[in-house]
Design a protein around this ligand. Sequence first.
Ligand code: ZN
Length: 282
Amino acid sequence: MPEFDSLIYEKPEEGIARIWLNRPDARNAQDTHLLYELNDAFDVAVNDDEVKVVILAGKGPHFSAGHDLMENPANAKSHDRVGSWNASDHTGAEGHYCREKEIYEGFCRRWRDLAKPTIASVHGKSIAGGLMLIWPCDFVIASDDATFQDNTMYMGIPGVEYFAHVWELGIRKAKEFLLTGQPITAAQAEAAGMVNRVVSRDSLEEATLEFARTIADKPAFALKLGKDAINAAFHAQGFENVQRGAFNAHHLAHTHYRVQQDGSFIDRAFMERFRSGQGRGS
Ligand code: ZN
């Protein structure tokens, strides 16, 4: 089995690969290294003919607290670039834009279109960037304690970098989710169509394996073709145009705060007011 620093990769049974996010003390916050490792792990699974379906799950109390805002990207371990934007070391808005284009938007779109089915097995909290590990997966099995939140509005940012809100929740619920920044429960996510099954916390691991078995007993080529046929709907429904526009708006906001606030890429002043109890309604 491949060795990773921030993940565990295993094959729990025939036809099934399982990737665990394994930074439990950091609530599986995603730093640059974890995201490149996750991309590598998906590639290991895709290139292994014994694997029919891939599970992504999280160790610790929460699935993922989002992107690791404590990380200084300049200190991140270097990895071979996967996309072709390749300018994350440039100054100004360019470097920041290109970094997020590769490791956030680029990875999410690549993972969504992996040529094998993927299942997110989710518990606890998934916040902001946490959604960007779940939404690209083909199926979501959630435990009844799971909650989902895009809190980027509290940072002055109009949504996470992978802008699938409308596809996950429908237009009206997507607006509520994004503009209020409030969490939704697993049951609400299931009602909106974002989650396939809600199970008890104790049975999440087995329920996910059971679901995976109903995929793993099908021919790999047919699974690949079926997934690709359904994913064609994203293209037909204009996902690329919505994504491009939203990503550019996201970076307009980042740049706005960089100009206003000595380089901070989010609205730290609002966040601090909010944290001290003065932000709501202001
Ligand atoms: Zn961003």
